[in-house]
Design a protein around this ligand. Structure first.
Ligand SMILES: [Zn+2]
Length: 225
């Protein structure tokens, strides 16, 4: 597989879809320095503080230097997660095998040119830390396995609140739950499809196959925050 380092097992694949829909919002992004400050202050937020504590307890402390702020220019991704165990990939739109690179340190990328408000940074970091948590606590997690990847995406999209806006919009309506789940499913599918080891149909099958178990797996939270 192109781009896979000879020493490494290709493992992580963690691109995130941009959290909004519609046209690119680069014109409305936060100033870069505010984004960097926002990353630091995000860890004061209760959900992220809790996740970071849980990571530390699990033996995988999250250090701020593992988080990289950058401008991702002309892509639609908002961030990425790179397992310390192997290889990470990037955007759905940039994706090519050349883009897969060896990554031997856990690294989370925040695309500052896609962040408009603090809440975008918080959601993205929670999402990526769920991947990091899964990487830490799941024995033999294999990011080239579409079902493993699908499970972590379902959890990350569910637990990060990536789909909360749907809930808010539809609060009080019978469909709330269905809408949120649709959103989690759609976003998870989008990420797994971009795993070079998963074809379109394998991604779809994987998301369906693990859906119930992984949607209901809210570790390390008692329930979705
Ligand atoms: Zn993800």
């Amino acid at each position: 597989m192109a781009g896979v380092d000879g020493n490494g097992v290709p493992e992580a694949t963690g691109m995130e879809a941009s959290s909004g829909s519609g046209p690119p919002r680069n014109n409305h992004c936060m100033p870069f320095e505010d984004c960097v400050a926002g990353i630091i202050s995000a860890f004061q937020q209760p959900t992220l503080r809790f996740l970071r504590e849980q990571m530390e307890k699990a033996g995988c402390p999250v250090l701020l230097r593992m988080i990289r702020a950058m401008n991702c220019t002309s892509t639609n991704r908002s961030g990425s997660y790179c397992s310390g165990k192997g290889v990470c990939d990037y955007s759905p739109f940039l994706l090519s095998f050349k883009r897969i690179r060896a990554c031997f340190l856990l690294e989370i990328t925040v695309c500052c040119d896609q962040m408009q408000i603090q809440d975008h940074i918080n959601q993205l970091l929670i999402h990526e830390l769920i991947h990091a948590y899964d990487d830490c606590v799941t024995k033999n997690i294999d990011w080239t396995d579409c079902a493993h990847h699908a499970c972590s995406e379902i959890r990350a999209n569910h637990l990060s609140g990536n789909c909360h806006y749907k809930r808010e919009l539809l609060r009080g309506f019978m469909k709330i739950r269905g809408q949120e789940q649709e959103c989690v499913k759609r976003r998870s599918l989008m990420s797994v499809r971009n795993n070079p080891y998963c074809s379109n149909s394998a991604a779809k099958d994987a998301v369906e196959a693990v859906w119930d178990i992984c949607y209901n797996d809210t570790r390390p939270f008692d329930r979705a925050p």
